[in-house]
Design a protein around this ligand. Structure first.
Ligand SMILES: [Zn+2]
Length: 215
């Protein structure tokens, strides 16, 4: 079965963890636009160079650039055979309409974690500056603040300040919540309680997805 799924949720809701669990369960590739951007910039591809210019100037990538990249990704054999779990896109109504112009979608799931909970999670998050392993004030490395994996320095990311987090959460309410509604209007939206242990949340997601697809 080729499952075509869009995963919504506030930053810090656990989308990365849940995407990995769903990818394993359904065999559909995890298509993360954030990962694709970071890889393209690191590898210095044509798209990566374009993307870096926009990001360096503080601008968001135009929708048509992102849609072009996603269209290319969707043409690859793994997506053609097994579908996709799309994570990080769309973030606006325009992007949602653009996406539905290039592919059909079986279902969008909204991983619902309240704003105050993700704010707390994100502001307590600490990251290894060297390898990217994630820690938190509640779960620090064994030797504070030295990475258990690589011995690197564990720090708070510059974009994890309370001010920057608030700005991203506001953008989500303003731009992304209306984009989620577009899937609701088409009868292709399930909202899942994202609180609790990752394996419990995953079981809830799978149950809701299977029930929706069986209709
Ligand atoms: Zn490390």
């Amino acid at each position: 079965m080729a499952l075509k799924l869009v995963l919504f949720g506030r930053q810090g809701a656990g989308k990365g963890t849940q995407s990995a669990l769903l990818a394993k369960h359904y065999g559909a590739p995890h298509v993360s636009t954030g990962d694709m951007l970071r890889e393209a910039v690191a590898e210095g591809t044509e798209f990566g160079r374009q993307a870096k210019q926009y990001m360096d100037s503080g601008a968001l990538l135009p929708d048509e650039v992102m849609l072009g990249v996603i269209t290319e990704r969707f043409a690859q054999p793994d997506v053609q055979a097994n579908g996709f779990l799309l994570d990080g896109f769309p973030r606006t109504v325009g992007q949602a309409e653009g996406l539905l112009g290039i592919t059909d979608v079986d279902l969008a799931v909204n991983l619902e974690v309240p704003r105050d909970v993700v704010l707390e999670r994100l502001s307590s998050r600490r990251v290894c500056a060297n390898c990217g392993t994630i820690y938190s004030l509640a779960e620090p490395p064994t030797h504070p603040w030295t990475c258990d994996v690589c011995g690197g320095e564990v720090v708070q990311r510059a974009d994890d300040t309370a001010e920057a987090i608030s700005a991203r959460l506001e953008a989500y309410e303003r731009d992304t919540v209306p984009a989620i509604a577009i899937f609701g209007q088409r009868g292709k939206l399930e909202t899942i309680d994202g609180l609790g242990r990752p394996e419990d949340v995953s079981a809830r997601l799978v149950a809701a997805i299977d029930a929706h697809l069986a209709r």
